[in-house]
Design a protein around this ligand. Structure first.
Ligand code: ATP
Ligand code: MG
Length: 137
């Protein structure tokens, strides 16, 4: 059993596909074990994506991530980190495999619908960023 953090980003919420993202995780045998809707401030988005602070897209990314409500969720199951990232597809939707969330729904490399932790250690930090002990199961 492994846990990871996924987020339906502001573009996914605006496109009304929260349910479709969740359905794809559930269809792969993964379980939603924490779920909420929040709107990040710019500063909160900057802390979440702090690993990218030197990247040229950091300002735009954190503007985007704070532009509307997002849906963070804890996803649990065997090999959850890798499974979620496989279901999401490559960062650049143009390079994403057919049938992935980003291939099917993303509009740009930035507005790519969904986030997924990139490793178990990253997931621990990211889950704790959004959920306290009473909010995950
Ligand atoms: P995420 O961390 O959101 O799951 P990822 O791990 O596939 O995505 P990262 O390299 O961690 O990709 O980049 C974080 C996010 O920053 C991307 O999902 C995308 O929204 C944005 N991003 C990444 N590269 C670029 C780029 N070259 N131009 C604009 N935005 C980018
Ligand atoms: Mg990443």
């Amino acid at each position: 059993m492994e846990r990871t953090l996924s987020i339906v980003k502001p573009d996914g919420v605006k496109k009304n596909i929260i349910g479709q993202v969740i359905s794809r995780f559930e269809a792969a045998g993964l379980k939603v074990t924490g779920l909420k809707m929040v709107r990040l401030t710019k500063a909160e988005a900057e802390r979440f994506y702090a690993v990218h602070k030197e990247r040229p897209f950091f300002g735009s990314l954190t503007e985007f991530m704070s532009s509307g409500p997002v849906v963070p969720m804890v996803i649990s199951g065997g090999d959850a980190v890798k499974k979620v990232r496989d279901i999401m597809g490559a960062t650049d939707f143009k390079k994403a495999a057919p049938g992935t969330i980003r291939k099917d729904f993303a509009d740009s490399i930035e507005a790519n619908i969904v986030h997924g932790s990139d490793a178990a250690e990253t997931a621990a930090f990211e889950i704790a960023y959004f959920f306290n002990a009473l909010e995950t199961f």
